[in-house]
Design a protein around this ligand. Structure first.
Ligand SMILES: C[S@@+](CC[C@H](N)C(=O)[O-])C[C@H]1O[C@@H](n2cnc3c(N)ncnc32)[C@H](O)[C@@H]1O
Length: 289
């Protein structure tokens, strides 16, 4: 069946991440399935990235009311455009796909964002994300995307049906550009909050934290642990994933910890890629709540 002819519930089932994002949780979803609370009505995801967990929960929990946010403005604008003008976005992506090549890539990369319409900016982000080296979203100190072209023979770029499915899943979802701490304002008792912050580095050389201009160091991990505890005190159900490091174990002492295994796709030292222990922290008993 062509997704363009599919009904809304059929489309929801096919929705999934359409961006390659550092730390994407796609490969952990099967391990996460048994760790979610039994029932979720209100959902907040303050480090949404490629939204793998959001799309998964949207399919699992009918009627889910979600607020997803990130401090990356371009990323959130992109979700807004997928939600509100998916056909306009698809038209622009078709043009990029037809013209793809070295000259087109660097022309698009060098374009001044201020001159582009919102949908053109989002199409640019998706196109560069899918064709750049390592699928790595990285900006320099001036906030400019500076990754070279990847060497894919035939980059997929995008599937139209995938975007229509994501658009269906994003309907009625609240999207916000904001710091993770802002979730404290609107998370009420009973809400489920999932945090997937930039990783605490397992070693000094494996410190990929440059998603945006500002990194995410120890102080930020501590600030996040404070928010986790405040949400716990408010009666929210809170889940967090991070690297299995002494700092993370110390910050979340007293909460339920579960080890899962992930393959890290992005690491500053290529030889260190491979299976790695990741921790899931929960303030509730999985399958209950
Ligand atoms: C590990 S990624 C999230 C991965 C995501 N869960 C997925 O499946 O792709 C971390 C995200 O946190 C965002 N971020 C970094 N610092 C932040 C902050 N202070 N407040 C909100 N978002 C932040 C980054 O822009 C990035 O998208």
């Amino acid at each position: 069946m062509n997704t363009a002819d599919a009904g809304p519930s059929e489309r929801l089932k096919r929705a999934g991440p359409f961006l390659k994002w550092a730390g994407g949780k796609g490969q952990l979803l099967s391990q996460f399935a048994s760790l979610y609370p039994r029932k979720i009505e209100r959902y907040l995801e303050p480090f949404v990235g490629s939204a793998a967990v959001f799309f998964d929960l949207r399919e699992r929990f009918a009627g889910l009311r979600a607020t997803v946010s990130d401090n990356n403005k371009e990323l959130i604008r992109c979700y807004e455009d997928v939600r509100d003008d998916v056909e306009g976005l698809i038209r622009r992506l078709r043009q990029h796909k037809a013209r793809h090549g070295r000259e087109h890539y660097y022309g698009v990369r060098g374009r001044s964002l201020g001159r582009l319409s919102p949908v053109a900016r989002s199409a640019r982000l998706i196109y560069l994300n899918k064709t750049c080296y390592n699928g790595l979203y990285r900006v320099n100190a001036r906030g400019e995307f500076n990754v070279p072209i990847g060497s894919y023979k035939n980059p997929g770029i995008f599937k139209e049906d995938q975007f229509r499915a994501a658009s269906a899943a994003l309907q009625e979802v609240r999207l916000e550009v904001r710091d993770f701490s802002a979730c404290l304002r609107d998370a009420r008792a009973g809400a489920f909050v999932y945090f997937d912050p930039p990783y605490d580095p397992v070693s000094r050389t494996a410190s990929f934290t440059g998603y945006t201009e500002r990194g995410f160091g120890v102080t930020e991990q501590e600030r996040l642990a404070g928010i986790f505890r405040e949400l716990d005190a408010k009666g929210c159900l809170v889940m967090l994933s991070n690297s299995d490091t002494p700092l993370i174990r110390k910050l979340y002492r007293g909460f339920r910890l579960k080890s899962v295994t992930a393959r890290r796709a992005i690491n500053s030292n290529g030889r260190r890629r491979g299976a790695i222990g990741e921790l899931v922290v929960m303030n509730y008993a999985p399958g209950k709540g």
